[in-house]
Design a protein around this ligand. Structure first.
Ligand SMILES: [Zn+2]
Length: 394
């Protein structure tokens, strides 16, 4: 284990006696040694636990620092011990629990700045220039130029189809360009309402997350039009959970060809809780569709019954999103989720619950329109771990 020596102005823990400064309650891991003289600093060292922590060696007085988190990685939301700046002489051995992360104020602050959403003011500019700026931003993220995307939409139109489900972003730009050219933006018109909601949510999510170290990687999934709601929905959900005090991480790697669940939170230094995001095509609005409780029931049941991304080795829950201006959809989604876990929750003991979220309809104009998603979160009372974030925090 290679450590860098250089404390900058971080707090320093001074080893005050010739014994380890920390000893793990869970033994088995190798020790952390002084980078200079190899004296034992931590007996049973867990790298997820000590994040950018500097320790001055009793024997040689050199300072050894543990590595900080990778860019974009999150700190746990709870079970976190934070040292403010200063020097702390520790005159004994502290027994520590590897579940509880230890870090410094400055590391916490820099990670909060990088990994939390930016809540800056945001307005969708409904002019030809404003729309083309939003479209240009989408080109950069998706790697597909507006000409390419418009040509694809035109193929749908030539075939007598709107393309509103298949190319949700491009259809929305096209629809609003038409409204702006005609000088009529009427939110009571369902098509206009849906197009406005989609663009607003996209542009808002982009403004909130574009500074995040993993943003470009996650947003590159916009290159696949089928992933549009899946991608934008993750950003919306992560922002909503941050506003409840939960740090959310974005998954970016695949593991041996198996895709991992999309999002996670950390309930302890070394414990991840996963969220798998689902946006079934049949819950995406299309002109002429009407609220269909039975179709929603089937979708919810099929997702919760058949999905396997959340499992024994990746415990967590599901998130199911609909894009429809119909307010009844949110109610149906919640009811059928409750009823699934009531009757079948025992067969899904590693699934903690599910969040449902319905995309907003815009009422009363754009002024003051934020992201009034209709949410519910439903815990599985049969979840195998007594600590269920769906009950305690989400
Ligand atoms: Zn030393």
């Amino acid at each position: 284990m290679e450590m860098h020596i250089q404390p900058d102005d971080n707090p320093i823990l001074i080893q005050g006696i010739p014994a380890p400064i920390f000893r793990s309650k869970v033994l088995g891991n190798e020790n952390l040694f002084c980078a200079n003289c190899h004296f034992v600093l931590i007996e049973g060292y867990y790298p997820d636990t000590f994040l950018d922590v500097s320790i001055q060696c009793f024997t040689c007085h050199e300072v050894t620092s543990t590595p900080p988190l990778d860019a974009g990685e999150i700190l746990p939301s709870t079970r976190l011990v934070v040292f403010p700046q200063g020097k702390y002489r520790i005159g004994g051995t502290i027994e520590y629990d590897p579940m509880i992360a230890v870090t410094t104020n400055s590391h916490l602050a820099s990670h909060n700045a990088a990994c939390a959403p930016n809540e800056a003011e945001f307005h969708l500019d409904l002019t030809p220039e404003g729309l083309s700026a939003v479209s240009e931003r989408f080109s950069i993220l998706s790697g597909r130029t507006s000409e390419m995307r418009r040509a694809e939409l035109n193929r749908y139109h030539k075939a007598g189809r709107s393309g509103s489900t298949e190319l949700p972003f491009d259809w929305s730009i096209w629809k609003l360009e038409k409204c702006v050219a005609d000088g009529v933006i009427d939110v009571r018109d369902q098509e206009t309402n849906v197009a406005l909601g989609r663009l607003h949510v996209f542009a808002k999510a982009d403004a909130m997350w574009k500074h995040h170290p993993r943003y470009m990687k996650v947003a590159s999934e916009f290159s696949n039009p089928n992933s549009y709601f899946h991608t934008v929905g993750q950003f919306v959900l992560a922002a909503a959970l941050f506003s409840k005090g939960l740090r959310i991480g974005f998954t970016i790697q695949e593991e041996y060809g198996h895709s991992k669940p999309d999002l996670y939170l950390k309930s302890a230094a070394n414990k991840k809780f996963y969220l798998e995001f689902k946006t079934p095509r049949s819950l995406i609005w299309e002109k002429g569709t009407v609220h269909n409780d039975e179709a929603i029931r089937q979708n919810i049941r099929s997702i919760l019954k058949n999905s396997s991304q959340i499992n024994r080795s990746k415990p967590g829950g599901y998130v199911i999103m609909a894009n429809t201006p119909d307010s009844g959809a949110a109610v149906s989604m919640k009811e059928h989720t409750v009823s699934f876990f009531k009757s079948k929750g025992w067969s899904k003991r590693h699934v903690a619950g599910a969040i449902t979220m319905a995309y907003p309809a815009i009422s009363g104009g754009l002024a003051g329109f934020e992201m009034p998603f209709a949410w519910s979160n439903v815990a599985n009372e049969h979840y195998e771990d007594p600590e269920n974030p769906f009950v305690q925090v989400i």
